[in-house]
Design a protein around this ligand. Structure first.
Ligand code: RIB
Length: 298
C-alpha cells in the first residue's frame, strides 16, 4: 500500500456541553458550547494526518459561511483536499454530558448529494481507502465498484448504521462499534466473549475481516482467521465525539506503516482514548508522537 484516501462526510458540529443529556421533552442548561468542524469522513482524514500520514480527503461542502470555517481548519492539517461544493454544509447537533456520553442529530446538507460524478477522474490504486456511511450508500457502492480491483484495502465504518450487503461484502475490514456489531450480528454484546461470537457471525455473513470498537472496553480484531482482544487505554473521558473516527484513521496510518494489524489496533485504541480527553471531534485528536510515547512507555 502506498497511501490513504478518505471518502466521506464533512460537517459543522454544534456541541452543547451539559451536566446531563436531556430526556425527551426536557430542556437542560448547557455550561459551554463549541462550534467545530466534524463529520465522520473529515474526522477520519484528520486522524490519519495527525498520526503521521498525509491522506487525500474527498468530500462535499456547501456554499456558505460554515464551509469557510471548516476549510480554514482543514488547511492547517497535513492533507490533500479534493473538495466539491453543493448548497449547504452538513451540520451535526451534538449534546455531550459530563460523563462523556453524547447524542447526535445530523443534517446531511451537501454530503447527501455527494456522488461519484463529483469526482469523474478519480483513480485509486494500491491505497488504503476509508469509508463511513454519512454520504449516500449508492455513492459508496459506485466508488467501491470503480476501485475494488485495483489492489486497494477498503475499510468501512458502518456508521450511521445501515446494513448494505454490497458495501460490507466488498470491504476488506468492517469496523462496527458495539451497537453496530450487535445489529449486524443479530445478537447482544454484554461481554468480550459475546463480542467474539458477534464478530464470527459478521465475518461469516460478509466474508470480511472485522474489528469491533468496544469503546472503554478496547477492541476486538478478527483478521485473517485470528481473533484477538486488545485492552483499552484508560483515560478520564470528557467527550467521546469522534472517538470511533479517530480509531479508524489511526488504525489506517499505523497499518500503512507496519502492515501489522495487531499493532495497528493497539495504536488506534490509544489514539481513540486520547481523543476523548478534550472537547469536539478532531480538535481533540492526538498526534503520532503522543500515541507512540504511550505505546513505548507500556
Ligand atoms: O462521529 C462523530 C461525527 O458524527 C461528528 O463529528 C458529527 O459531525 C457526526 O457526523
Amino acid at each position: 500500500m502506498k497511501d490513504i484516501k478518505v471518502i466521506g462526510s464533512v460537517n459543522i458540529d454544534i456541541i452543547m456541553s451539559s451536566r446531563k443529556l436531556p430526556s425527551t421533552g426536557e430542556t437542560v442548561k448547557a455550561d459551554k458550547y463549541y462550534l467545530y468542524p466534524g463529520g465522520k469522513g473529515a474526522n477520519q482524514a484528520v486522524a490519519v494526518s495527525r498520526t503521521g500520514i498525509r491522506p487525500e480527503f474527498f468530500g462535499k461542502l456547501g456554499n456558505d459561511y460554515f464551509a469557510e470555517i471548516i476549510i480554514n481548519y482543514l488547511k492547517k492539517e497535513n492533507m490533500e483536499l479534493s473538495i466539491k461544493y453543493g448548497q449547504n454544509t452538513g451540520m451535526a447537533m451534538i449534546n455531550v454530558e459530563t460523563s462523556g456520553r453524547n447524542m447526535i442529530t445530523v443534517y446531511p446538507g451537501s454530503n447527501g448529494d455527494m456522488s461519484i460524478d463529483d469526482f469523474p477522474d478519480v483513480k485509486i490504486r494500491d491505497s488504503i481507502v476509508l469509508f463511513q456511511q454519512e454520504i449516500p450508500l449508492k455513492t459508496i457502492r459506485d466508488f467501491i465498484a470503480r476501485i475494488k480491483e485495483n489492489g486497494n484495502v477498503i475499510i468501512t465504518d458502518p456508521s450511521p448504521y445501515v446494513e448494505d450487503r454490497y458495501i460490507l461484502e466488498n470491504s476488506d475490514i468492517i469496523t462496527p462499534n458495539q451497537t453496530e456489531a450487535q445489529l449486524l450480528a443479530g445478537c447482544d454484546i454484554k461481554s468480550i466473549e459475546d463480542a467474539k461470537k458477534a464478530s464470527s457471525k459478521i465475518r461469516e455473513k460478509y466474508k470480511s475481516n472485522v474489528i469491533i470498537k468496544l469503546g472503554s472496553r478496547g477492541s476486538l480484531v478478527d483478521y485473517n482467521g485470528e481473533l484477538k482482544y486488545f485492552k483499552p487505554y484508560s483515560v478520564k473521558a470528557v467527550d467521546t465525539t469522534g472517538a470511533g473516527d479517530c480509531f479508524n484513521g489511526a488504525l489506517a496510518s499505523e497499518f500503512l506503516r507496519t502492515g501489522d494489524i495487531d499493532r495497528s489496533a493497539e495504536f488506534a485504541n490509544i489514539a481513540a482514548a486520547l481523543s476523548t480527553t478534550g472537547h469536539g471531534a478532531f480538535p481533540s485528536f492526538p498526534y503520532q508522537n503522543q500515541v507512540i510515547a504511550i505505546m513505548e512507555g507500556k
